[in-house]
Design a protein around this ligand. Sequence first.
Ligand code: FES
Length: 125
Amino acid sequence: MALYSEKVMEHFLQPRNVGVIENADGVGEVGNAKCGDIMKMYLKIDDDIITDVKFETFGCASAIASSSMATELIKGQRVEDAMKLTNKAVAEALDGLPAYKMHCSVLAEEAIQSALEDYNSKKIK
Ligand code: FES
C-alpha cells in the first residue's frame, strides 16, 4: 500500500489557498518543536463568516496537505463552526494519514484555532 493517499499527494503537489492575506482579521502561527515544522494561517472574516483563508507552511508533505485541506474545510464556515474543526476531520478528509504523521494534521487544527483566537481577541477590544 502506498504511504500516502491520492488526496494527500494531490494537496501536497497542488496545495489550495497558499499565500498571505494582507490586513487579515486573524493570524495564527504554530510550530512543532520535535520536527521543526511551522504553519501560519491568515483569515478574512466578515460578519463571523470566514470569507478567505490562506496559509504558509514550512514543513513536510503531510503538513502541507493538511493545511491545504483544512483551509478548504473552513472556507465559508461560521467562526463557531470552524472552531470545532479537529485534526481527525482533516486527516479523514485526506483519506487518512500514516499514524506517525497524524501530528502534522494537529498542526493544521492548532494553526486555525490560533488564528480564530486572534480574531476573537481583536473583536473584544
Ligand atoms: Fe512535522 Fe509533518 S513532520 S508537521
